[in-house]
Design a protein around this ligand. Structure first.
Ligand code: ATP
Ligand code: MG
Length: 418
Protein backbone atom coordinates (compact mmCIF):
# COMPACT_ATOMS: atom_id res chain seq x y z
CA UNK A 1 0.00 0.00 0.00
CA UNK A 2 2.74 2.38 1.00
CA UNK A 3 4.32 2.55 -2.43
CA UNK A 4 1.19 2.12 -4.46
CA UNK A 5 -0.84 5.15 -5.48
CA UNK A 6 -4.61 4.86 -4.94
CA UNK A 7 -6.45 3.13 -7.78
CA UNK A 8 -7.45 5.45 -10.59
CA UNK A 9 -4.78 8.07 -9.92
CA UNK A 10 -1.78 8.80 -12.08
CA UNK A 11 1.52 10.53 -11.40
CA UNK A 12 2.84 13.07 -13.85
CA UNK A 13 6.53 12.25 -13.82
CA UNK A 14 9.26 14.83 -14.29
CA UNK A 15 9.94 13.84 -17.89
CA UNK A 16 6.25 14.14 -18.81
CA UNK A 17 5.48 17.47 -17.21
CA UNK A 18 6.76 19.48 -20.17
CA UNK A 19 3.92 17.98 -22.22
CA UNK A 20 1.36 19.03 -19.64
CA UNK A 21 2.81 22.52 -19.46
CA UNK A 22 2.68 22.84 -23.23
CA UNK A 23 -1.02 21.95 -23.29
CA UNK A 24 -1.78 24.15 -20.29
CA UNK A 25 0.05 27.12 -21.78
CA UNK A 26 -1.76 26.69 -25.06
CA UNK A 27 -5.13 26.68 -23.32
CA UNK A 28 -4.22 29.72 -21.23
CA UNK A 29 -2.96 31.56 -24.27
CA UNK A 30 -6.07 30.93 -26.34
CA UNK A 31 -8.30 31.94 -23.44
CA UNK A 32 -6.36 35.19 -23.31
CA UNK A 33 -7.16 35.84 -26.95
CA UNK A 34 -10.84 35.38 -26.12
CA UNK A 35 -10.66 37.76 -23.17
CA UNK A 36 -11.20 34.97 -20.66
CA UNK A 37 -9.42 35.19 -17.29
CA UNK A 38 -8.53 32.39 -14.91
CA UNK A 39 -10.48 31.69 -11.75
CA UNK A 40 -9.32 29.38 -8.95
CA UNK A 41 -11.75 27.85 -6.52
CA UNK A 42 -11.22 25.27 -3.75
CA UNK A 43 -10.68 21.58 -4.44
CA UNK A 44 -13.44 20.80 -1.94
CA UNK A 45 -16.84 22.36 -1.37
CA UNK A 46 -19.87 21.66 0.76
CA UNK A 47 -21.47 18.45 -0.46
CA UNK A 48 -24.79 20.19 -0.82
CA UNK A 49 -23.39 22.41 -3.57
CA UNK A 50 -22.87 19.42 -5.85
CA UNK A 51 -26.14 17.77 -4.87
CA UNK A 52 -27.91 20.92 -6.00
CA UNK A 53 -25.55 22.10 -8.72
CA UNK A 54 -24.81 18.82 -10.47
CA UNK A 55 -28.11 17.28 -9.46
CA UNK A 56 -28.93 14.42 -7.16
CA UNK A 57 -30.30 12.24 -9.94
CA UNK A 58 -26.97 12.16 -11.78
CA UNK A 59 -24.42 9.34 -11.73
CA UNK A 60 -21.88 11.78 -10.35
CA UNK A 61 -23.91 12.55 -7.24
CA UNK A 62 -25.51 9.15 -6.83
CA UNK A 63 -22.40 7.02 -7.25
CA UNK A 64 -19.18 8.87 -7.85
CA UNK A 65 -18.50 11.52 -5.22
CA UNK A 66 -15.64 11.50 -2.74
CA UNK A 67 -17.53 12.72 0.31
CA UNK A 68 -16.33 12.85 3.89
CA UNK A 69 -17.04 14.56 7.15
CA UNK A 70 -14.49 17.08 8.34
CA UNK A 71 -13.49 17.35 12.00
CA UNK A 72 -16.41 19.65 12.74
CA UNK A 73 -18.90 17.23 11.21
CA UNK A 74 -19.50 19.17 7.96
CA UNK A 75 -20.11 17.11 4.87
CA UNK A 76 -17.39 17.97 2.38
CA UNK A 77 -16.89 16.69 -1.18
CA UNK A 78 -13.87 16.75 -3.46
CA UNK A 79 -15.11 18.48 -6.57
CA UNK A 80 -16.26 16.05 -9.24
CA UNK A 81 -16.50 18.83 -11.85
CA UNK A 82 -15.81 22.53 -12.17
CA UNK A 83 -19.03 24.37 -12.86
CA UNK A 84 -20.72 24.17 -9.45
CA UNK A 85 -17.77 25.70 -7.58
CA UNK A 86 -17.37 28.48 -10.12
CA UNK A 87 -21.08 29.31 -9.91
CA UNK A 88 -20.87 29.30 -6.11
CA UNK A 89 -17.94 31.71 -6.30
CA UNK A 90 -19.76 33.91 -8.83
CA UNK A 91 -22.68 34.28 -6.47
CA UNK A 92 -20.74 34.57 -3.22
CA UNK A 93 -18.47 37.28 -4.63
CA UNK A 94 -21.36 39.13 -6.26
CA UNK A 95 -19.67 39.00 -9.61
CA UNK A 96 -23.09 39.60 -11.18
CA UNK A 97 -22.75 43.24 -10.08
CA UNK A 98 -19.67 43.61 -12.29
CA UNK A 99 -19.04 43.63 -16.03
CA UNK A 100 -21.27 41.33 -18.01
CA UNK A 101 -20.62 38.83 -19.33
CA UNK A 102 -18.08 37.47 -16.88
CA UNK A 103 -15.83 35.05 -18.78
CA UNK A 104 -13.62 32.70 -16.78
CA UNK A 105 -11.54 29.59 -17.35
CA UNK A 106 -10.00 27.05 -14.99
CA UNK A 107 -7.52 24.20 -14.94
CA UNK A 108 -8.40 21.80 -12.13
CA UNK A 109 -8.15 18.29 -10.75
CA UNK A 110 -11.55 16.56 -10.41
CA UNK A 111 -12.44 13.47 -8.41
CA UNK A 112 -14.96 10.79 -9.29
CA UNK A 113 -15.23 7.29 -7.92
CA UNK A 114 -15.48 5.53 -11.27
CA UNK A 115 -14.25 2.20 -12.60
CA UNK A 116 -10.73 3.06 -13.77
CA UNK A 117 -9.90 2.26 -17.39
CA UNK A 118 -8.20 3.95 -20.32
CA UNK A 119 -9.33 7.58 -20.27
CA UNK A 120 -11.30 7.13 -17.07
CA UNK A 121 -9.59 7.95 -13.82
CA UNK A 122 -10.61 8.74 -10.26
CA UNK A 123 -8.46 11.81 -10.18
CA UNK A 124 -8.42 13.52 -13.56
CA UNK A 125 -7.87 17.02 -14.84
CA UNK A 126 -10.12 19.39 -16.67
CA UNK A 127 -9.85 22.64 -18.48
CA UNK A 128 -13.11 24.49 -18.29
CA UNK A 129 -14.68 27.73 -19.36
CA UNK A 130 -17.79 29.41 -17.98
CA UNK A 131 -19.51 32.53 -19.33
CA UNK A 132 -22.09 34.29 -17.14
CA UNK A 133 -24.61 36.90 -18.14
CA UNK A 134 -25.27 36.44 -21.84
CA UNK A 135 -28.24 34.58 -23.26
CA UNK A 136 -27.12 35.25 -26.81
CA UNK A 137 -26.14 32.29 -28.94
CA UNK A 138 -23.02 34.28 -29.80
CA UNK A 139 -21.78 33.19 -26.37
CA UNK A 140 -22.45 29.52 -27.15
CA UNK A 141 -20.70 29.83 -30.50
CA UNK A 142 -17.73 31.55 -28.87
CA UNK A 143 -17.37 28.87 -26.20
CA UNK A 144 -17.51 26.15 -28.83
CA UNK A 145 -15.10 27.91 -31.18
CA UNK A 146 -12.61 28.31 -28.34
CA UNK A 147 -12.61 24.56 -27.74
CA UNK A 148 -12.30 23.86 -31.46
CA UNK A 149 -9.41 26.35 -31.84
CA UNK A 150 -7.64 24.70 -28.96
CA UNK A 151 -7.86 21.24 -30.53
CA UNK A 152 -6.93 22.54 -33.95
CA UNK A 153 -3.86 24.39 -32.70
CA UNK A 154 -2.71 21.29 -30.84
CA UNK A 155 -2.98 19.40 -34.11
CA UNK A 156 -5.74 17.09 -32.91
CA UNK A 157 -7.61 15.97 -35.99
CA UNK A 158 -10.58 13.70 -36.58
CA UNK A 159 -12.81 15.42 -34.08
CA UNK A 160 -16.52 15.74 -34.43
CA UNK A 161 -18.57 18.51 -32.86
CA UNK A 162 -22.02 17.26 -31.91
CA UNK A 163 -24.67 19.71 -30.86
CA UNK A 164 -28.15 19.41 -29.48
CA UNK A 165 -30.75 21.46 -27.71
CA UNK A 166 -32.32 20.16 -24.53
CA UNK A 167 -34.85 22.98 -24.37
CA UNK A 168 -35.99 24.84 -21.31
CA UNK A 169 -38.19 23.89 -18.35
CA UNK A 170 -41.20 25.02 -20.35
CA UNK A 171 -40.78 22.83 -23.42
CA UNK A 172 -39.32 20.06 -21.34
CA UNK A 173 -42.57 19.52 -19.44
CA UNK A 174 -44.24 18.27 -22.59
CA UNK A 175 -41.21 16.23 -23.59
CA UNK A 176 -40.90 14.67 -20.17
CA UNK A 177 -44.43 13.38 -20.38
CA UNK A 178 -43.84 11.91 -23.85
CA UNK A 179 -40.67 10.26 -22.65
CA UNK A 180 -42.36 8.78 -19.59
CA UNK A 181 -45.16 7.44 -21.77
CA UNK A 182 -42.54 5.78 -23.96
CA UNK A 183 -40.54 4.33 -21.06
CA UNK A 184 -43.42 3.25 -18.82
CA UNK A 185 -43.97 -0.18 -20.44
CA UNK A 186 -40.27 -0.99 -19.91
CA UNK A 187 -40.00 0.51 -16.46
CA UNK A 188 -39.37 -2.71 -14.51
CA UNK A 189 -36.71 -3.82 -17.01
CA UNK A 190 -34.58 -0.74 -16.37
CA UNK A 191 -31.72 -0.71 -13.88
CA UNK A 192 -32.55 0.27 -10.32
CA UNK A 193 -31.03 3.72 -10.62
CA UNK A 194 -33.05 4.49 -13.72
CA UNK A 195 -36.26 3.29 -12.10
CA UNK A 196 -35.65 5.82 -9.37
CA UNK A 197 -35.10 8.49 -12.02
CA UNK A 198 -38.35 7.80 -13.84
CA UNK A 199 -40.48 10.24 -11.88
CA UNK A 200 -37.93 12.87 -10.99
CA UNK A 201 -35.71 13.06 -14.03
CA UNK A 202 -36.53 10.64 -16.87
CA UNK A 203 -34.11 12.39 -19.27
CA UNK A 204 -31.25 11.01 -17.21
CA UNK A 205 -32.33 7.51 -18.21
CA UNK A 206 -31.29 8.32 -21.78
CA UNK A 207 -27.75 8.85 -20.53
CA UNK A 208 -27.48 5.58 -18.57
CA UNK A 209 -24.30 3.65 -19.34
CA UNK A 210 -25.94 0.24 -18.76
CA UNK A 211 -26.11 -1.45 -22.19
CA UNK A 212 -29.45 -3.12 -21.31
CA UNK A 213 -30.95 0.27 -20.55
CA UNK A 214 -29.44 1.77 -23.67
CA UNK A 215 -31.28 -0.86 -25.67
CA UNK A 216 -34.56 0.00 -23.98
CA UNK A 217 -34.30 3.69 -24.81
CA UNK A 218 -33.78 3.06 -28.53
CA UNK A 219 -36.44 4.94 -30.45
CA UNK A 220 -37.41 7.15 -27.52
CA UNK A 221 -38.84 10.55 -28.46
CA UNK A 222 -36.20 13.26 -28.82
CA UNK A 223 -36.18 16.67 -27.21
CA UNK A 224 -35.56 18.42 -30.53
CA UNK A 225 -39.12 17.57 -31.62
CA UNK A 226 -40.54 19.28 -28.55
CA UNK A 227 -38.68 22.58 -28.48
CA UNK A 228 -40.73 25.70 -27.80
CA UNK A 229 -40.50 28.62 -30.20
CA UNK A 230 -37.81 30.43 -28.22
CA UNK A 231 -35.60 27.34 -27.85
CA UNK A 232 -36.12 26.40 -31.45
CA UNK A 233 -35.07 29.86 -32.63
CA UNK A 234 -32.02 29.76 -30.34
CA UNK A 235 -30.92 26.43 -31.82
CA UNK A 236 -31.21 27.82 -35.35
CA UNK A 237 -29.17 30.85 -34.28
CA UNK A 238 -26.49 28.66 -32.78
CA UNK A 239 -26.19 26.74 -36.04
CA UNK A 240 -26.04 29.97 -38.04
CA UNK A 241 -23.36 31.40 -35.76
CA UNK A 242 -21.24 28.26 -36.03
CA UNK A 243 -21.57 28.34 -39.80
CA UNK A 244 -20.60 32.02 -39.84
CA UNK A 245 -17.39 31.23 -37.94
CA UNK A 246 -16.73 28.24 -40.19
CA UNK A 247 -17.23 25.44 -37.68
CA UNK A 248 -18.67 22.13 -38.88
CA UNK A 249 -21.08 20.27 -36.64
CA UNK A 250 -23.55 17.43 -36.62
CA UNK A 251 -26.84 17.49 -34.75
CA UNK A 252 -27.01 14.65 -32.23
CA UNK A 253 -30.40 14.45 -30.50
CA UNK A 254 -28.92 11.88 -28.10
CA UNK A 255 -26.81 14.34 -26.13
CA UNK A 256 -28.42 14.78 -22.74
CA UNK A 257 -27.77 16.93 -19.74
CA UNK A 258 -30.91 15.96 -17.98
CA UNK A 259 -31.35 18.56 -15.27
CA UNK A 260 -33.84 21.35 -15.01
CA UNK A 261 -31.25 24.07 -14.84
CA UNK A 262 -29.40 22.90 -17.94
CA UNK A 263 -31.04 24.52 -20.92
CA UNK A 264 -30.87 24.85 -24.68
CA UNK A 265 -27.38 24.17 -26.05
CA UNK A 266 -25.67 20.89 -25.20
CA UNK A 267 -22.58 19.78 -27.08
CA UNK A 268 -19.80 17.23 -27.16
CA UNK A 269 -16.54 17.03 -29.03
CA UNK A 270 -15.81 13.43 -29.81
CA UNK A 271 -12.99 11.46 -31.36
CA UNK A 272 -13.22 8.00 -32.86
CA UNK A 273 -9.49 7.45 -32.45
CA UNK A 274 -9.33 6.07 -28.91
CA UNK A 275 -12.31 3.77 -28.54
CA UNK A 276 -14.93 3.98 -25.85
CA UNK A 277 -13.83 7.04 -23.89
CA UNK A 278 -13.93 9.28 -26.96
CA UNK A 279 -15.62 12.35 -25.54
CA UNK A 280 -12.86 14.86 -24.93
CA UNK A 281 -15.06 17.85 -24.28
CA UNK A 282 -18.63 18.31 -23.09
CA UNK A 283 -20.56 21.44 -22.38
CA UNK A 284 -23.72 23.39 -22.58
CA UNK A 285 -25.93 26.14 -21.36
CA UNK A 286 -27.27 26.34 -17.80
CA UNK A 287 -29.61 29.29 -17.66
CA UNK A 288 -31.27 28.13 -14.45
CA UNK A 289 -28.22 27.16 -12.41
CA UNK A 290 -27.16 30.48 -10.86
CA UNK A 291 -30.68 31.03 -9.61
CA UNK A 292 -30.98 27.42 -8.41
CA UNK A 293 -27.90 27.99 -6.25
CA UNK A 294 -29.23 31.17 -4.73
CA UNK A 295 -28.05 33.93 -7.07
CA UNK A 296 -30.01 36.28 -9.30
CA UNK A 297 -31.34 34.73 -12.51
CA UNK A 298 -28.25 34.71 -14.77
CA UNK A 299 -27.74 32.76 -17.97
CA UNK A 300 -24.56 30.70 -18.26
CA UNK A 301 -22.70 28.52 -20.72
CA UNK A 302 -19.51 26.50 -20.43
CA UNK A 303 -17.61 23.30 -21.06
CA UNK A 304 -15.29 20.82 -19.39
CA UNK A 305 -12.43 19.21 -21.27
CA UNK A 306 -10.58 16.15 -20.02
CA UNK A 307 -6.82 16.67 -20.19
CA UNK A 308 -5.79 13.01 -19.79
CA UNK A 309 -8.16 12.01 -22.58
CA UNK A 310 -6.81 14.80 -24.74
CA UNK A 311 -3.28 13.47 -24.14
CA UNK A 312 -4.34 9.96 -25.12
CA UNK A 313 -5.84 11.28 -28.36
CA UNK A 314 -2.72 13.33 -29.10
CA UNK A 315 -0.47 10.35 -28.55
CA UNK A 316 -2.72 8.06 -30.59
CA UNK A 317 -2.86 10.45 -33.54
CA UNK A 318 0.79 11.48 -33.45
CA UNK A 319 0.12 15.13 -32.64
CA UNK A 320 3.17 17.13 -31.62
CA UNK A 321 4.12 16.99 -27.94
CA UNK A 322 7.35 18.66 -26.86
CA UNK A 323 10.37 17.05 -25.20
CA UNK A 324 12.40 18.71 -22.48
CA UNK A 325 14.48 21.58 -23.89
CA UNK A 326 18.24 20.90 -23.94
CA UNK A 327 20.64 22.20 -21.31
CA UNK A 328 22.64 25.11 -22.73
CA UNK A 329 25.83 24.38 -20.88
CA UNK A 330 27.26 21.69 -18.64
CA UNK A 331 30.11 22.77 -16.40
CA UNK A 332 32.42 19.96 -15.32
CA UNK A 333 35.20 20.44 -12.81
CA UNK A 334 38.39 18.78 -11.57
CA UNK A 335 39.64 19.49 -8.07
CA UNK A 336 38.45 21.43 -5.07
CA UNK A 337 39.31 24.91 -6.29
CA UNK A 338 37.63 24.22 -9.63
CA UNK A 339 34.56 22.96 -7.81
CA UNK A 340 34.18 26.30 -6.08
CA UNK A 341 34.84 28.17 -9.30
CA UNK A 342 32.37 26.00 -11.23
CA UNK A 343 29.64 26.58 -8.67
CA UNK A 344 30.04 30.32 -9.00
CA UNK A 345 30.14 30.18 -12.79
CA UNK A 346 27.06 27.93 -12.88
CA UNK A 347 25.20 30.35 -10.66
CA UNK A 348 26.27 33.43 -12.67
CA UNK A 349 25.25 31.86 -15.96
CA UNK A 350 21.86 30.85 -14.56
CA UNK A 351 21.33 34.40 -13.36
CA UNK A 352 21.88 35.46 -16.94
CA UNK A 353 19.08 33.20 -18.09
CA UNK A 354 20.94 30.15 -19.40
CA UNK A 355 19.99 26.58 -18.60
CA UNK A 356 23.11 25.37 -16.85
CA UNK A 357 23.95 22.16 -15.02
CA UNK A 358 26.90 20.85 -13.08
CA UNK A 359 27.29 17.63 -11.16
CA UNK A 360 26.08 18.19 -7.62
CA UNK A 361 26.76 14.51 -6.93
CA UNK A 362 30.49 15.25 -7.32
CA UNK A 363 31.38 12.34 -9.61
CA UNK A 364 34.73 12.07 -11.36
CA UNK A 365 35.14 13.71 -14.78
CA UNK A 366 34.07 10.60 -16.64
CA UNK A 367 30.93 10.40 -14.53
CA UNK A 368 30.29 14.08 -15.04
CA UNK A 369 30.45 13.70 -18.83
CA UNK A 370 28.06 10.77 -18.74
CA UNK A 371 25.68 12.93 -16.75
CA UNK A 372 26.13 15.79 -19.25
CA UNK A 373 24.96 13.39 -21.95
CA UNK A 374 21.92 12.35 -19.92
CA UNK A 375 20.83 15.93 -19.39
CA UNK A 376 21.18 16.59 -23.11
CA UNK A 377 23.61 19.47 -22.96
CA UNK A 378 24.45 21.52 -26.07
CA UNK A 379 27.88 22.51 -24.77
CA UNK A 380 30.20 21.36 -22.03
CA UNK A 381 33.22 22.95 -20.51
CA UNK A 382 35.71 21.52 -18.02
CA UNK A 383 37.10 23.75 -15.30
CA UNK A 384 40.52 22.88 -13.87
CA UNK A 385 43.44 24.81 -12.44
CA UNK A 386 44.63 25.87 -15.93
CA UNK A 387 41.30 27.33 -16.88
CA UNK A 388 41.09 29.30 -13.68
CA UNK A 389 44.62 30.72 -14.12
CA UNK A 390 44.39 31.50 -17.84
CA UNK A 391 40.75 32.50 -18.09
CA UNK A 392 40.62 30.43 -21.26
CA UNK A 393 38.00 27.67 -21.67
CA UNK A 394 37.63 24.79 -24.09
CA UNK A 395 34.02 24.71 -25.12
CA UNK A 396 32.82 21.43 -26.58
CA UNK A 397 29.77 21.26 -28.82
CA UNK A 398 28.31 17.93 -27.81
CA UNK A 399 26.53 16.98 -31.00
CA UNK A 400 29.39 17.64 -33.44
CA UNK A 401 32.19 16.99 -30.96
CA UNK A 402 33.76 20.23 -32.18
CA UNK A 403 35.91 22.08 -29.65
CA UNK A 404 36.92 25.69 -29.54
CA UNK A 405 38.94 27.84 -27.19
CA UNK A 406 37.16 30.90 -25.90
CA UNK A 407 37.76 33.54 -23.24
CA UNK A 408 35.71 33.13 -20.08
CA UNK A 409 34.23 36.59 -20.57
CA UNK A 410 33.00 35.59 -24.05
CA UNK A 411 31.04 32.59 -22.76
CA UNK A 412 27.64 34.29 -22.66
CA UNK A 413 28.11 35.72 -26.16
CA UNK A 414 29.06 32.35 -27.60
CA UNK A 415 26.19 30.54 -25.88
CA UNK A 416 23.77 33.23 -26.96
CA UNK A 417 24.50 32.35 -30.62
CA UNK A 418 22.26 29.56 -31.78
P1 ATP B 1 -18.37 10.34 -19.79
O1 ATP B 1 -19.64 10.26 -20.52
O2 ATP B 1 -17.18 9.93 -20.59
O3 ATP B 1 -18.42 9.71 -18.43
P2 ATP B 1 -19.04 12.84 -18.59
O4 ATP B 1 -20.28 13.24 -19.27
O5 ATP B 1 -19.11 12.23 -17.25
O6 ATP B 1 -18.14 11.91 -19.54
P3 ATP B 1 -18.29 15.58 -18.12
O7 ATP B 1 -18.84 15.61 -16.75
O8 ATP B 1 -18.99 16.32 -19.21
O9 ATP B 1 -18.04 14.07 -18.57
O10 ATP B 1 -16.76 16.04 -18.05
C1 ATP B 1 -16.10 16.72 -19.12
C2 ATP B 1 -14.93 15.93 -19.65
O11 ATP B 1 -14.10 15.46 -18.61
C3 ATP B 1 -15.30 14.67 -20.38
O12 ATP B 1 -15.66 14.96 -21.70
C4 ATP B 1 -14.02 13.87 -20.33
O13 ATP B 1 -13.11 14.30 -21.32
C5 ATP B 1 -13.48 14.22 -18.99
N1 ATP B 1 -13.77 13.18 -17.98
C6 ATP B 1 -14.96 12.96 -17.36
N2 ATP B 1 -14.86 11.95 -16.46
C7 ATP B 1 -13.55 11.53 -16.54
C8 ATP B 1 -12.80 10.53 -15.84
N3 ATP B 1 -13.34 9.76 -14.90
N4 ATP B 1 -11.49 10.38 -16.17
C9 ATP B 1 -10.91 11.15 -17.10
N5 ATP B 1 -11.57 12.12 -17.78
C10 ATP B 1 -12.87 12.31 -17.51
MG1 MG C 1 -19.10 10.27 -16.57
Amino acid sequence: MLTKAPKGTKDVLADQSVKWQYIENKFREICGRYGIRETRTPVFEHTELFQRGVGDTTDIVQKEMYTFEDHAGRSITLRPEGTAGVVRSYIENKRYAGVKPEKVFYNIPCFRYERPQAGRLREFHQFGVEFFGSDSMMADAEVISLAMDFFEELGVGELELRINSIGCPECRTRYRKALQDFLRPHLDELCETCQSRFDRNPMRILDCKDPKDQEKVQGAPVMLDYLCEDCSRAFEELKANLTAIGIDYTVDPGIVRGLDYYTKTAFEIVTGTIGAQGTVCGGGRYDGLVEELGGPATPGIGFGLGIERLMIVMEATGAFLPEDPPTDLFIAFVGEEAKMFAQKLTHDMRKQGFRVMSDIAERNVKGQFKYADRVNSRYTVVIGEDEIRSGELTLKHMESGEQKKIRLEDLTTVLGEK
